[in-house]
Design a protein around this ligand. Structure first.
Ligand code: FAD
Length: 443
């Protein structure tokens, strides 16, 4: 499926975070007419730290006011800044800047994204304070999409507006809608339960017995931050057959298997039989895909997975007029988003070609079948990790992009290896510049 070369379209980009900004830049480079809808008053998305927390700390109430960012006050990146650079726009340490660290604090990432937006003239394309509430295909033949957005008129009133676009790219982020652990007794347990989305500072946990569920990067950051204050910390880890152990690194940390059930008297029982009398359960259990504005019978969103999507980006029957950028995880994400954005932009301008709708649909079916045969859960559809290098190479080939030499040696898997080698203090212990020099000097 090839479009006419050099054609330009009126494209709506939903979201002004990393994915939205890099998408707008690539679309603009290809000569498209871009409007970015951003519900916040600034760019940055998740990197725009917000000290507010939601009224429902588990995020279950559908009528709660959503706080977009999931960052905690102390957050430093979990990738070195070299792995959060764009191809021709490196995330450099700013001369005289406040944060010269290789794994900087979140404010430094926001500064980088703001510079990126300013340097490429993206600010002028953004409608700040515009929350998209409906995206709907209204004319299939002419691929006309209505994008309805609302803006605040007064403290209590909103104004909404409809506009028509020829293509829409969805970049609304995947780290805002909490996914919480399921276990019997969860909803009647009397203590405080919250999701890490609503965690900002550790003081709330002072002298408390805390059960923390999860074993991803946020879970380990929060173990480190909470343990000096908490009375006891019990980490529940989803590894079958895991038996309780006392951590060697912390005086007050025990690691357990998953929660078996929570009792009305406040006790929490783990699958390995151990029991604690806890005050707080903190769910560090990730996020759900969520597109409340998308009116489409074609796309299924089940929280853990969005589909059908050809190569995580295009729904075959709506391609290339609808696309998603930034759905993946466990990868060097800025690079993936940049290449996905470039692919979308080049497909629209006729410089990259998509297979037929049938071929795309059968490629998605093939992926689902392979996942089923190898016992890989559908909830891991968008997890790249071992497939990262292949996927990035594929995107680069589609977009005629020359990647830097030895780029594949800076991937999620190689970074994780170094993190495990350096231990908990990896952000300060790991000499990343030396590591990169060694990569480049080896044959
Ligand atoms: P977001 O940054 O979430 O941006 C989405 C934007 O869309 C927001 O500005 C939002 O306001 C807007 N929006 C949403 N809905 C609407 C709507 N209806 N209408 C209008 N606008 C809307 N990645 C790394 O590379 N390195 C890290 O160290 C790292 N650390 C992380 C730590 C945490 C705790 C979390 C949660 C994630 C981390 N990530 C990290 C992943 C990070 O989320 C991605 O790297 C990336 O920044 C996501 O960009 P995005 O544009 O897809 O989403």
């Amino acid at each position: 499926m090839a479009l006419k070369m050099g054609e330009s379209y009126k494209v709506a980009v939903i979201g002004g975070g990393t994915a939205g900004l890099v998408t707008a830049r690539e679309l603009q480079r290809e000569g498209h007419h871009v409007t970015i809808f951003e519900k916040a008053s600034k760019v940055g998305g998740i990197w725009l730290y917000d000290p507010r927390v939601e009224t429902d700390p588990l995020g279950l109430d559908p009528n709660r006011e959503i706080v977009h960012s999931s960052l905690y006050g102390s957050l430093r990146t979990n990738l070195p800044r070299q792995a959060m650079s764009f191809l021709d726009y490196p995330f450099l340490k700013k001369e005289g800047g406040d944060d010269q660290r290789t794994f900087p604090g979140h404010q430094e990432v926001l500064r980088f994204l703001e510079d990126f937006a300013r340097d490429f003239g993206l600010m002028e394309l953004i409608r700040f304070g515009h929350e998209v509430i409906r995206v709907e295909l209204v004319d299939e033949v002419n691929h006309e999409w209505v994008v309805e957005s609302k803006t605040r008129e007064t403290d209590s009133t909103w104004e909404s507006k409809e506009e028509v676009f020829e293509a829409v790219v969805i970049c609304n982020g995947v780290n805002t809608e909490p996914k919480i652990a399921e276990f019997p007794g969860r909803d009647t347990w009397p203590g405080l339960q919250m999701h890490s989305h609503s965690y900002r500072i550790p003081q709330l946990f002072e002298n408390k017995i805390v059960v923390l569920i999860g074993s991803g990067p946020t879970a380990f950051d929060l173990v480190r931050e909470i343990s000096p204050l908490a009375k006891q910390l019990h980490q529940a880890i989803r590894t079958p057959g895991f038996m309780s152990i006392k951590s060697e690194n912390y005086d007050n940390l025990w690691q357990h298997s998953m929660i078996e059930c929570a009792h009305k008297d406040g006790k929490v029982e783990f699958q390995d039989g151990s029991v604690v009398d806890a005050d707080v359960i903190l769910h560090c259990t990730g996020y759900k895909y969520h597109y409340p504005f998308l009116k489409s019978d074609v796309i299924t969103v089940d929280g853990d997975h969005v589909g059908p999507l050809y190569k995580h980006v295009f729904p075959p029957s709506l391609a290339p007029w609808l696309s998603f950028v930034g759905l993946n995880y466990r990868a060097v994400l800025f690079r993936v988003m940049e290449l996905q954005a470039r692919w979308v932009a080049k497909v629209l301008s006729g410089k990259a070609e998509l297979p037929s709708q049938e071929e795309m649909a059968s490629s998605v079916e093939k992926l689902y079948r392979e996942m089923e045969m190898t016992g890989r859960s559908k909830r891991h559809t968008h997890r790249l990790q071992n497939g990262e290098v292949e996927y990035v190479s594929w995107l680069a080939a589609q977009t005629d992009t020359r990647l830097p030499r030895r780029w594949e040696e800076i991937s999620f898997n190689t970074v994780i290896k170094q993190v495990l080698y350096c231990g908990e203090d990896y952000r300060d212990a790991w000499d990343v510049d030396k590591w990169i020099q060694e990569i480049h000097s080896s044959n």
